[in-house]
Design a protein around this ligand. Structure first.
Ligand code: CAA
Ligand code: NAI
Length: 689
């Protein structure tokens, strides 16, 4: 009894052996924890005075899973499987006491206990699929036995956790403890002993193992995940739970887990997991920098972005004031917010009460003076420099001392906007992506004069708003859109040279993006860019020709594709094909067949080239930051790890050679490989050291 090792403690409370693990921050099941657990279980088993065991964790959460930093390294015994086997063999009742997020291997360990009790705010889940894996410690065999294969597969394939209340209703946990969790768990264990309850292991149950409906559920859940190894393995493993004896199913689960772990997809997804967390570490923010307190927010402009951003605040429980130029526009903005929430309610994603609570956090006003009390102000007015400068000059007068003043500009110079105030240290960019209440990415634009604590405040707020914040520097389009612009140029060129919109989009979706560039353009609308170009005297031959013929995108039922009424499915349009061929002819271009491989390269390599320049200029801190931006903001397939990671996997010498070829062929010097690519390729290295 007492300290088993630095992470695991075993003490006795009367007849209950209490195992407490303390491995901050998330009690990952690293080797020392596993060894400690195995030893503690052995001692508790052999101690005649112990009649039942409670396993719990100190700190903010029950085990959040296997220790991901150990992945890809030689395994050290005991593995989690051995700890779980020891639980299976335990002749005394074992109760898991869950709080925080019991995830992955942590939840699987709990599933091997005889009973599970949980704090009311606890959540349980199997997120392994998000790392390109499947639950590899019995989760695919035990969870279906507890809640049926269909529901289990849903949890395993989405990777999304469920709340304690739902877990109780489904029989995943046995009790919710209000008040002190450890005391509640001990009391529960005492009752089990006193009542001499029959010990029924999850592995021995089979009443829920019905095959009916499983195949359909699997088909529905994986329809959009073709080509993904993790989800396919999850389906196989859960099916095994139905058709194979427990031990055989477990063995096969282990094989699949090891296969996935060694594969490219999981490696890429693990890269993104760590890159996302690394992005939170921003050079130039000294250790110990305290973010400023944010109790209230304000958003200026109740348009597309302003409305979505206000929803982000409300969703996070932060009161927010939204400002418009007049009552009518304000009401229109508030109506759009309410309509958005109503859609979520009607789809079952939100209760009507919760919608009311959120709407009540949003206060609409038509006077800028009302933002004087806000701790964080986000400007989302039209994309016009003079207007933004006027707004910031007003904010300088109105906003309280220490408030962070942010612009949601997509292209304008944040430093110039900051100079419109006498407090440029408090000014920065928060570049949300549309729809702002849905998209996870938040580019935080650090100006030349932004104070470290203002930046830290924006990052902290971003996380509170459930975003993935990535800090970038000032330049036209910042990181994501600046790279995307390269793809747009090349997409148009492909059409002129011989490809059709559907061929380009098929290649891009075939690569793993949810949507191709032309379907995306149709969704956004082609007319906005057309009008801007007209104003500037610029031309985009094909798109302008389409706009001149009334093809504005989905909103007119035709753009690069045609749309049947009420449908968003892009269909190839012979009229568009004729237009494209005409434009090529008019420009004297001889069209040729272009392979899917070439299309993919030309959609991706110029972006990688721009990413390299972005790194050279220090606009992004590290290649991983760019990867995170592309995964969370643009639908880059996470299992390909982001553009810079992908480039490293292909080898920079290959990227260099192909870019050189495309630059020679097109005469476009911007396609020449960036200095960084040439240097790293010559040294045989990648972007990531
Ligand atoms: N292993 C190692 N480190 C982990 C970890 C894990 N499973 N989970 C989180 N961490 C680390 C993070 O890298 C981060 O480290 P830094 O502070 O050094 O950046 C730190 O813990 C805190 O993490 P977050 O910043 O993410 O904290 P949060 O409070 O926002 O979220 C969390 C906490 C919900 C647990 C989240 O970290 C998370 O989702 N973790 C991953 C959970 C997971 O995928 N578990 C399954 C692992 S695979 C498995 O278990 C395989 C199996 O079946 C045997
Ligand atoms: P929008 O046109 O939908 O909304 C702008 C709103 O600001 C309008 O409702 C307008 O009445 C209001 N407004 C104008 N002047 C104002 C003032 N002085 N005070 C208060 N409100 C004022 O524009 P959208 O799309 O929401 O864009 C806003 C900003 O966000 C722009 O800077 C844009 O570049 C940027 N952005 C847009 C994205 C998008 O996809 N739409 C994505 C990321 C950034």
């Amino acid at each position: 009894m007492g300290n088993i090792n630095a992470s695991v403690d075993l003490r006795r409370d009367g007849e209950i052996g209490l195992v407490i693990v303390d491995n901050p921050p998330v009690n990952a099941l690293k080797h020392e924890v596993r060894a400690g657990l195995a030893a503690a279980l052995g001692q508790a088993r052999d101690d005649a005075a112990v009649k039942a065991v409670v396993i719990g964790c100190a700190g903010r959460t029950f085990f959040a899973g296997a220790d991901i930093t150990e992945f890809g390294k030689p395994p050290q015994t005991p593995g989690l499987g051995e700890v779980i086997a020891a639980l299976d063999a335990m002749p005394k009742p074992v109760v898991a006491a869950l709080h925080g997020t019991a995830l992955g291997g942590g939840f699987e360990l709990a599933l091997a206990c005889h009973f599970r009790v949980a704090a009311a705010a606890a959540r349980v889940g199997l997120p392994e699929v998000k790392l390109g894996l499947l639950p590899g410690a019995g989760g695919t065999q035990r969870l279906p036995r507890l809640i049926g294969p269909e529901k289990a597969l849903k949890m395993i394939i989405t990777g999304d956790p469920i709340e304690a209340r739902e877990a109780l209703a489904d029989g995943v946990i046995d009790k919710i403890v209000n008040g002190d969790l450890t005391e509640g768990a001990i009391a529960f264990a005492r009752r089990v002993v006193a009542e001499n309850r029959v010990l029924r292991r999850v592995r021995d149950r089979d009443d829920k193992l019905v095959a009916e409906g499983f195949a359909d559920a699997a088909e529905t859940l994986t329809r959009r995940l073709r080509g993904r190894e993790g989800p396919a393995a999850c389906v196989e493993a859960v099916r095994n739970a139905i058709v194979l004896p427990f031990d055989e199913g477990l063995k096969r689960e282990g094989e699949l887990f090891r296969q996935l772990m060694a594969g490219d997809q999981s490696r890429a997804q693990r890269h993104i997991f760590f890159a996302e967390r690394e992005a939170a570490r921003v050079p130039g923010i000294p250790d110990g920098t305290k973010p400023r307190a944010i109790a209230t927010g304000a958003v200026i402009g109740a348009g597309t972005m302003g409305g979505g951003i206000a929803m982000c605040f409300a969703n996070a429980g932060i009161p927010v004031t939204i400002v418009e130029t007049g009552r009518d526009l304000l009401q229109r903005g508030l109506d759009r917010i309410a309509a958005n929430y109503r859609t979520t309610v009607s789809r079952g994603g939100l209760s009507a009460d919760e919608m009311e609570r959120r709407m009540a956090l949003i206060r609409g006003v038509a006077e800028l003076d009302a933002v004087g009390a806000a701790d964080f102000v986000i400007e989302a007015v039209f994309e016009e420099m003079d207007l933004k400068k006027r707004v910031f000059a007003d904010l300088d007068r109105i906003a309280k001392t220490g408030a962070v003043l942010a612009t949601n500009t997509s292209t304008l110079d944040v430093d110039e906007i900051a100079r419109a105030t006498k407090r440029p240290q408090d000014v920065l960019g928060t570049h949300f992506f549309s729809p702002a209440n849905v998209m996870r990415l938040l580019e935080i634009v650090r100006g030349a004069t932004t104070a470290p604590d203002a930046l830290a405040t924006a990052i902290a707020l971003g996380r509170r708003l459930a975003k993935v914040p990535v800090t970038v520097g000032v330049c036209y389009g910042f990181v994501g859109n600046r790279m995307l612009a390269r793809r747009s140029v090349e997409a148009e060129r492909l059409l002129l040279e011989g490809a059709l919109p559907q061929e380009v989009d098929d290649a891009v979706t075939g690569f793993g993006f949810p949507m191709g560039p032309f379907a995306m353009a149709d969704m956004a609308g082609l007319d906005v860019g057309w009008r801007i170009r007209k104003g500037r005297g610029e031309r985009n031959e094909i798109e302008d020709a389409l706009c001149e013929a009334g093809h504005f995108g989905q909103k007119t039922g035709k753009g690069y594709f045609r749309y049947e009424s009420g449908s968003r499915t892009p269909l190839p349009d012979p009229e568009v094909q004729r237009t494209i061929i005409d434009v090529s002819a008019r420009l004297g271009i001889t069209r040729r067949a272009i392979t899917q491989e070439e299309i993919v390269e030309r959609m991706i390599f110029p972006m990688i080239n721009e990413g390299a320049r972005i790194l050279e200029e220090g606009i992004a801190t590290r290649p991983g930051d760019i990867d995170v931006i592309w995964v969370y903001g643009y639908g880059w397939p996470v299992w390909r790890g982001g553009p810079m990671y992908y480039a490293d996997r292909l080898g920079l010498a290959h990227i260099r050679d192909r870019l050189t070829l495309y630059a020679d062929r097109s005469g476009d010097e911007s396609l020449r490989p960036a200095t960084r690519i040439r240097r790293l390729a010559a040294e045989g290295r990648g972007f990531t050291p």
